[in-house]
Design a protein around this ligand. Structure first.
Ligand code: GTP
Ligand code: SPV
Ligand code: MN
Length: 592
């Protein structure tokens, strides 16, 4: 085209992409346009530049090779659900659980905000592929951003560069993502999705889920919309493989809400007594799943990196994560030590006598505040993970034997139970509650309904989403079994009843054995539960059969309250709720 700012245009850019990019450049009027190729040389250049611009701090390159620290604006450290919109022609398409805006009006408002929004700045063109190269499930996105931090994160989190242009070919079905930092002001912050146009416009935030458009915006909100139209699922799920000593591999996918344990579970190292057992990580945040020709459900991980919670990560809880983030990692909003390394609450190292906190202020253990933000994060390439499954690169994905739903619940929900069947399992997922965490702005620790861990991420009407789940059953000869877990049940003194982390292998073992029909269970009002003799407690110090009964206990009074609290969500979406969900509720009440 004749816009001098864009030249030279890389040869693989197709006319559809060039037309849209040209329009956005004319709207935002950056001083420069940089076409990103995703190469190592380019990354090194960008890192250098980011350090000189004060966007990144280079950490001790001997202790932490390739690692950098970034500090966000203190007002920009989490997802903002209140400022996240689904913009569809009809409000019904977005449904009662999403913020809705009329697309024309929202496009206009955003154009107002973005006009000249990159003046004096650089616009980076980031072509990226979500999913393994060559996968028919993979999708192309193009993110135009004026944040170098976003570019460097996208390079880790996605497959960036020519692989995307090649996958796209001459088609125009790429996701159009425009991201402008503006003045990083909550007053001018909007995360807007236009599923009918495969378009995302995000302004005013540089934080992960708001700004790395391939992740929550494309892979979940737009993805779930496309999935309903095309017959697949985009889910907030980890994917892992369990390998037994004789080489049997079983894959499961698990949906836990934000900051509720997906990364940890996906990278689990089995306790010592599980000799010969191995957990392989396929994905740790997002799964795209579709029924395969053989009638099983197949899953791919659309991402290439991990954007994980730092606090609580240490060699005891998640040794694989510690190895993963020992190099090539971007740390965001953690504490900075005088040794030019990083620290967070729950790190292996004791609290430093003094350091710089996530806001860049001097900190000592006496400060009485957290040194790292509770939602501080690491961004690391999945290839650093010692337990990375080779299948993470398989274009076909892996066949899923079990789907697991897990919330963060101090009471009521047992450690594990199995749903009676698919419809009941969908009900269990649909009614899941969880305590809110620091991953989203707002109050922390309040139980809210978070169906399938997708409340903030379902890009269309939640009632139709449940219907889509129910319908999928007809396309699977061998549907996965469905389970619920809860690592976070507490005793009266507020202590976790279950040791969690690596010991979650014991729960996983029961789930895998159920999938293969080789372990017993006991029928309860909730579903099938392991009897003490079905569940491996050997070598679990300080945890008795009586403790197991406590963590598995079903309190009928608590469950009556639970059903009433589930009704809150059901009432909100009542006119769209599949009748099967009402029947399941009635059956549960009757069983209780
Ligand atoms: P997102 O990236 O926000 O989607 O979160 P996630 O689901 O991947 O959560 P993650 O694995 O990062 O865990 C979040 C927090 O939960 C961390 O502070 C962990 O230390 C803690 N956690 C994870 N697994 C367990 C567990 O089994 N027991 C307990 N008590 N805490 C856990
Ligand atoms: C989550 O909040 O579920 C995350 C982090 O995985 S973010 O990418 O910011 O959404
Ligand atoms: Mn997540």
């Amino acid at each position: 085209m004749n816009d001098p700012q864009l030249d030279p245009v890389p040869p693989l850019v197709n006319p559809h992409a060039l037309r849209w990019i040209t329009e956005q450049v004319r709207l935002t009027t950056p001083d420069r346009v940089v076409w990103c190729d995703g190469s190592v040389a380019e990354r090194d250049r960008f890192q250098e530049q980011a350090v000189s611009e004060g966007i990144l701090i280079r950490l001790d390159q001997e202790k932490l090779p390739g690692c950098y620290l970034h500090r966000s604006q203190p007002n920009d450290v989490a997802r903002v659900e209140g400022l996240t919109y689904i913009c569809t022609r009809s409000e019904e398409d977005a449904g009662p659980t999403n913020n809705w805006a009329e697309p024309r009006a929202m496009y206009q408002r955003l154009a107002g905000l973005c006009t000249g929004g990159m003046r004096g700045r650089t616009l980076y063109v980031v072509p990226y592929l979500m999913g393994p190269a060559g996968s028919t499930m993979a999708r192309v996105g193009i993110e135009l951003t004026d944040s170098l931090y976003v570019v460097l994160n996208m390079r880790i989190m996605t497959r960036m560069g020519n692989v995307a242009w090649e996958h796209l070919g001459d088609r125009d079905d790429f996701n159009r993502g425009l991201h402008c930092l503006l003045d990083i002001n909550p007053e001018r912050r909007l995360i807007c999705h236009f599923p009918q146009d495969n378009t995302i416009i995000s302004v005013g935030s540089g934080y992960g889920g708001n700004a790395l458009l391939g992740k929550k915006c494309l892979a979940l909100r737009i993805g779930s919309y496309l999935g309903r139209r095309e017959g697949w699922l985009a889910e907030h799920m980890l994917i892992l493989g369990v390998e037994s000593p004789d080489g049997e591999k079983t894959y499961v996918a698990a949906a836990f809400p934000s900051a509720c344990g997906k990364t940890n579970f996906a990278m689990l190292i089995p306790p010592a007594r599980y000799k010969g057992w191995k957990i392989w990580t396929v994905g740790e945040d997002i799964a795209w799943m579709r029924p395969g020709a053989d009638g099983r459900l197949y899953a791919i991980n659309p991402e290439a990196g991990y954007f994980g919670v730092a606090p609580g990560t240490n060699a005891g809880t998640n040794p694989n994560a510690m190895r993963t983030i020992a190099r090539d990692t971007l740390f965001t909003n953690v504490a900075h030590t005088p040794e030019n390394t990083v620290w967070w609450e729950g790190h292996d190292d004791p609290p430093p006598a003094n350091c710089t906190d996530w806001q860049g202020r001097p900190w000592t253990p006496q400060s009485g505040e957290k040194a790292a933000h509770p939602n501080s994060r690491f961004t690391a390439p999945m290839t650093n993970n010692p337990s990375l499954a080779p299948e993470a690169f398989d274009p076909e994905g892996v066949p899923i034997s079990a789907l697991i739903f897990g919330g963060r619940r101090a009471s009521t929900i047992p450690l594990v139970y199995e749903a009676f069947n698919w419809v009941h399992g969908v009900y269990v997922g649909a009614t899941m509650g969880s305590e809110t965490t620091a991953a989203a702005a707002g109050a922390v620790g309040q139980v809210r309904r978070d169906p399938m861990a997708m409340l903030p991420f379902c890009g269309y009407n939640m009632g139709w989403y449940f219907r889509h789940w129910l319908n999928l059953r007809k396309r699977m000869k061998q549907p996965p079994r469905i389970f619920q877990v809860n690592w976070f049940r507490k005793d009266a003194t507020g202590r976790f009843l279950w040791p969690g982390f690596g010991e979650n292998m014991r729960v996983l073992k029961w789930i895998v054995d159920r999938c293969h029909g080789r372990v017993g269970a006991w029928e309860t009002p909730l579903g099938w539960v392991p009897r003490t003799q079905d569940f491996d407690l050997d070598g679990l110090e300080g945890f008795s059969g009586a403790d197991f009964e406590t963590v598995q206990s079903i309190n009928i009074e608590e469950w009556r309250r639970e059903v009433l609290s589930q009704d809150e969500l059901f009432m909100r979406i009542y006119s769209y709720l599949p009748k099967e969900m009402i029947f399941q509720r009635e059956l549960l009440v009757a069983r209780l």
